[in-house]
Design a protein around this ligand. Structure first.
Ligand code: UDX
Ligand code: UDX
Length: 465
């Protein structure tokens, strides 16, 4: 039986970092080295003050504190970590392609391929290679092809072990997962051994009945399917939110009533300004692209609608602000509370806030942003990435401030875009008093109580009511 002593993980991001920290904490006899080509990121993971690690996740710094320098290491020396490892996790990013065939839809597998070639070049002993990044179905085949044809004659087993952690709850999701999915070549003895080696690692803290083993293709496709279903629920309830606004129904009441049907269940039915994050959009586009490439146009269209609905929801929210402010926001100061794609994370990838801000900037608004965890440079980088206007213009028309009150003072309108808990407890009377009148408050997360805000004097709008 294969016993793993050394693990290497390529990619110290939102997935690789927390996952490896938890494996290291739970398996003290295994050495875990997380490598990344980004020197700054690795330096931050190694920062003496554990609160400075580059990823904010509740509970993560405690886990890192316990395991770091005991059996958890962060390094930029990718070659030597690969060389030493029996098992290599690939957790690099797979963004949507921005060029060439499949532009705007297919996953860009450039980094995955680079990793495979590097593993093939360096390895002198047999390795188990684990796909942790979310990949289109059948990527393992390409990985195996590269490894087998460019390597030094060593043997590789490829496993798929998709990550189901959600940001903001990553540590809990890793500690007590609903299930762990491990795909491998169950038809061969070597394949089964590799699967079992990974099962043994997770069995350190997860009951065996939650460790699901499947063939590689099912595992890859299950991850895309899970995210597509979750995103579909959000788009479904968001579609209903618009209908609620027209009919006098309240989307929260509808959501509660529907969610109490045990066949449907209460989760992922919270209406919002639109889903964000690094996975939903990318994975659905991926699914659409794969379906199209097999000629399954109806399947592709079906899933694409989930994304179109989400784009519509973001635009609709921004348009509501403009329309309510007497059809012009030109030169008006608008405060955005929250920039992260959801609470308890500093991740901003695909955050609805980016698109709302962009829409309002196109309408010539002045934007002031407060987010408790997102860094100023990140906000400007997100806006620059859209290429809607020059970086100088973004810097002159968007201000990022350190307190919510600085953002809201003298503003015409406030929009809540992330459901940070602290926004519930702000001194809303003070905010109202310091705003221009009439003072408008737009709640993109259904976070605030309509009655109390209206009692203060706000002109209040919440999604779906
Ligand atoms: C990524 C994918 O986006 C997601 O689909 C997958 O499920 C897990 O991996 P995440 O960890 O959130 O998610 O990405 P990110 O925070 O960008 O981390 C990836 C890291 O890989 C970056 O730090 C990057 O520097 C590193 N990297 C990338 C390498 O070390 N080598 C490379 O060749 C490319
Ligand atoms: C998601 C999946 O949940 C996780 O299993 C997968 O591995 C990666 O993708 P994540 O992107 O971290 O995780 O966040 P998630 O909590 O799923 O939220 C995604 C987006 O949907 C957020 O913008 C969130 O605010 C939004 N959302 C979620 C809603 O608008 N309404 C809901 O009811 C739930």
């Amino acid at each position: 039986m294969t016993r793993i002593k050394n693990i290497c993980c390529i990619g110290a991001g939102y997935v690789g970092g927390p996952t490896m920290a938890v494996i290291a904490q739970k398996c003290p006899e295994i050495n875990v080295t997380v490598v990344d080509i980004n020197e700054q990121r690795i330096a931050a993971w190694n920062d003496e003050n554990v609160e400075n690690i580059p990823i904010y996740e509740p509970g993560l710094s405690e886990v890192v504190k316990e395991a770091r320098d005991r059996n958890l290491f962060f390094s930029t020396d990718v070659d030597s970590a690969i060389d030493k490892a029996d098992m290599i996790f690939i957790s690099v990013n797979t963004p949507t392609k921005t060029y060439g065939i499949g532009k705007g839809m297919a996953a860009d597998l450039k980094y995955i391929e680079l990793c495979a070639r590097q593993i093939a070049r360096v390895s002198k002993t047999d390795k188990i290679v684990v796909e942790k990044s979310t990949l289109p179905v059948r990527t393992a085949e390409a990985l195996k092809n590269i490894l087998d044809n460019t390597g030094n004659g060593v043997n590789y087993q490829i496993l798929s072990n998709p990550e189901f952690l959600a940001e903001g709850t990553a540590v809990d999701d890793l500690m007590v997962p609903d299930r762990v999915l491990i795909g491998g070549d169950l038809d061969t003895k070597e394949g089964k051994e590799a699967v079992n080696a990974l099962v043994d690692i997770y069995a350190h803290w997860i009951p065996r009945e939650r460790l699901l083993t499947t063939n590689v293709w099912s595992s890859e496709l299950s991850k895309l399917t899970a995210n597509a279903f979750l995103a579909q629920r959000v788009s479904s309830i968001n579609a209903m939110s618009e209908l609620c606004e027209k009919t006098g129904a309240d989307v929260n009441e509808v959501s509660k009533a529907v969610g109490m049907d045990s066949r449907i269940g209460p989760k992922f039915l919270k209406s919002s300004v639109g889903f964000g994050g690094s996975c939903f959009q990318k994975d659905i586009l991926n699914l659409v692209y794969i379906s199209k490439s097999f000629g399954l146009n109806e399947v592709a269209d079906y899933w694409e609608q989930v994304i179109l609905m989400n784009d519509h929801q973001k635009r609709r929210f921004a348009a509501k602000i403009v329309q309510t402010l007497f059809n012009t926001v030109s030169g008006k100061k608008i405060a955005l509370l929250g920039w992260a794609f959801k609470k308890d994370t500093n991740d901003t990838r695909e955050s609805a806030a980016i698109y709302v801000a962009d829409y309002l900037l196109n309408e010539q608004a002045e934007i002031v942003i407060y987010d408790p965890k997102v860094k100023t440079e990140q906000i400007y980088a997100d806006l620059d990435y859209l290429n809607s206007r020059s970086s100088e213009e973004n810097r002159s028309r968007v201000k990022v401030v350190n307190t919510p009150y600085e953002a809201t003072k003298d503003s015409h309108a406030v929009a809540v875009l992330t459901e940070w808990d602290e926004f519930k407890d702000l001194d809303w009377q003070k905010i109202y008093d310091e705003m221009l009148k009439p003072a408008f408050l737009f709640d993109g997360r259904r976070l605030l109580e309509r009655e109390t805000k209206e009692a203060i004097g706000f002109e209040f709008y919440a999604i779906g009511s």
